[in-house]
Every structure is written in C-alpha cells, then in structure tokens.
Design a protein around this ligand. Structure first.
Ligand code: UDP
Ligand code: MG
Length: 310
C-alpha cells in the first residue's frame, strides 16, 4: 500500500479541520490502494486551530502530524514547511476548507500510478459563488501573466495537486523567499495533467483573501516570474525620445515659416510635463518592486519559524 502525504495549511480554521479529516477518512476507507500521512500547518492562527490540531494528533498519532508556526507566515510558507517534512510516495497539497474535493485523490492517484504523469493538478471550470469583480480581475491576471512570462499558468489552476517525490524535491530546490506556488509548480515542469472541477463553497469559516490581498498576490506573481515590466521604462523612453525629436523638428520649421508667431501652448506643455512625470514615477515604482524583492531575497531570512512540531 502506498502512502500519500497530505499538506494542509490552516489559518484560523478551527471549524473546518475535523470536517476535513472526516471527509478524507471516508476516501481512505473506500480504497485499499493508499493511506494518508497528514501534515497540518497551523499558520499562526489566532483562533483554536492549534488546540484542534493537537487533539486530532493525539487521537490519530499514527497518521496525523502538525507544525505550528511562531506567527502567520502565509500559505506559501506553510506549503514549503510541509514539503520539507513529507515522507510519502506521493504528496498532495490541499486546502482544509473542503473547496478541494478529497474524492478527486482517487483519480489523481491512478493517473500517477499509470506512470504517464508526474503531477495531477486541478483547475476550476467556473467561479460560481465568487465576487464578480474578483473573478474579472482574476481572469485578467491569467491573461497578463501568461503574456509576460515564460512560465505558463492554466487559468483557474488551484494549488490542489498530487505529485511525485521527484517533483517535491525539485520544488524544495527552489529556496526563494518570495514564493508564488502557482508559478513554482509550473516552473519546475514535469508531466502535469489538469482535472477540471466545479467550484465549491467553503464548508466553514471565511476566506482570508480580499481584493487588495489578491492584487498584491497577482503583482508578486508577475514580478517573480517575469522581467518584462522592467522593459517598460526602456520602451517608454524610446517612444518619447522619438516624439521629442519630431516635436523639435516641427518647432524649428514653424519658427522658420512663421517667425513672428506668439507664444502659445501653455496647457499642452503642462499636460506633457505631467505625462512624462507620471511615466517616470511609474518606471521608478516598477524598479522599486523588483529592488524590494531583491532586498528580501538577499537578507536570506527563514521562510517560516516553527514553534512546535509533532
Ligand atoms: N491559509 C494559510 N495561511 C494564510 C491564509 C490562508 O495557511 O495566511 C490557508 C487556509 O487555511 C486554507 C488555504 O490556505 O486552508 C486557502 O485559503 P482560503 O480558503 O482563504 O483561500 P481561497 O480558497 O479562498 O483561495
Ligand atoms: Mg478556500
């Protein structure tokens, strides 16, 4: 019998954890092909997540492990912590809120066993039940990142996936501080299949995402996996240098043809100064985003800090 290691990041999920465990146990009881090794990560929760995990571990110490962080480090850090611990033949990454259907693991497992794939991921076919503004920007994000980056991300792709030990090792070899898992999963390559499924609502609790967090996450994704935005200043510089050469020629010709023309164009001058100023600030801002990431990388701070592990 093979072992699937399941990494489950939990941030303020006291209500979901036991529901999740029960749903997973049902899947396990339906098959003789695999058993589970759980790695729950308490990502510095401020509710009773830690106690719930501790109790669950005490009851099922043969299969349940947990790591409790010293504070909230974010889901990406939690995933990395889990990947560092797993021992199973295959590794799954799952949310605890049951938005990632556990029964899909059976099909994912068979696909890996067939030897045809190294990873089976999941992608939502729809975004039912999601805020429509967020859906609009999410769809836009996939368009932008796939245009800008060599690393392609399937629209609607979730982190929920099952992968081989080889792929886990490849991900662990990426020790970057700024972790954007959707990009990392794609960057390491390997033969990946995506299973489509219908979006599900959370069983309990509420999502930790809001519009601004998602926007920041999207910008992180683009900056981590594309150098294209750095070209913005170059292209704008070339364009406006060209325009200014034409403008200078036009002004000289006008002076020669109408030597006595009076001074006009104050409004257009101000608009041009504002435009160029805006573009310069935007360019500096883009540079700043990259420098900020470099700053975080060179400090080599740990990606997470463990308070307790069992
Ligand atoms: N999560 C985490 N740390 C955080 C935020 C979220 O470990 O700082 C976990 C959360 O408990 C859940 C998963 O990441 O298991 C996905 O979070 P959520 O359901 O809020 O995201 P969504 O499904 O809405 O994308
Ligand atoms: Mg969720």
């Amino acid at each position: 019998m093979k072992t699937i290691s399941v990494i489950v990041p939990c941030y303020n999920e006291e209500e979901s954890i036991n529901l999740y465990y029960d749903a997973m146990t049902k899947v396990k009881n339906d098959t003789t092909k695999f058993k589970f090794e759980y790695w729950f990560i308490d990502d510095g929760s401020s509710d009773h997540t830690y106690t719930v995990l501790k109790d669950l571990q005490a009851l099922h110490s043969d299969e349940v492990h947990y790591i409790s962080f010293s504070r909230n480090f974010g889901k990406e850090a939690a995933l990395y912590a889990g990947l560092n611990e797993v021992k199973g033949d295959y590794t799954a990454v799952m949310d605890v809120d049951l938005q990632d259907p556990p029964e899909m693991l059976l099909e994912m497992f068979d696909d890996l066993e067939s030897g045809e794939y190294d990873c089976v991921g999941t992608a939502r076919m729809d975004r039912d039940g999601e805020n429509s503004i967020i859906s609009f920007f999410s769809n836009g994000f996939y368009g932008v990142i796939n245009k800008m980056s060599q690393t392609k991300i399937i629209p609607g792709a979730r982190d929920y996936r099952l992968m081989t030990r080889q792929m886990v090792n490849a991900i662990l070899s990426m020790t970057e501080y700024n972790r954007f898992s959707k990009g990392i999963f794609s960057w390491v390559g390997f033969r990946t299949k995506y299973l489509p499924y219908k979006n599900r609502e959370r069983v309990a609790g509420k999502t930790s995402w809001n519009f601004w967090k998602l926007l920041k996450y999207a910008i992180t994704g683009i900056i981590d996996f594309s150098e294209r935005p750095l070209m913005f200043a170059t292209w704008m510089g070339i364009f406006f240098s060209g325009v200014s050469v034409l403008a200078i020629i036009a002004i000289i010709i006008r002076k020669l043809v109408f030597p006595l023309s009076s001074v006009t164009g104050w409004a257009s001058m101000v608009s041009i100064i504002l435009l160029i100023g805006g573009i310069q600030l935007l360019s500096i801002g883009i540079l700043g985003e990259y420098i900020g990431k470099i700053f975080l990388e060179v400090k080599k701070r740990p990606i997470y800090i463990i308070r307790e592990k069992k």
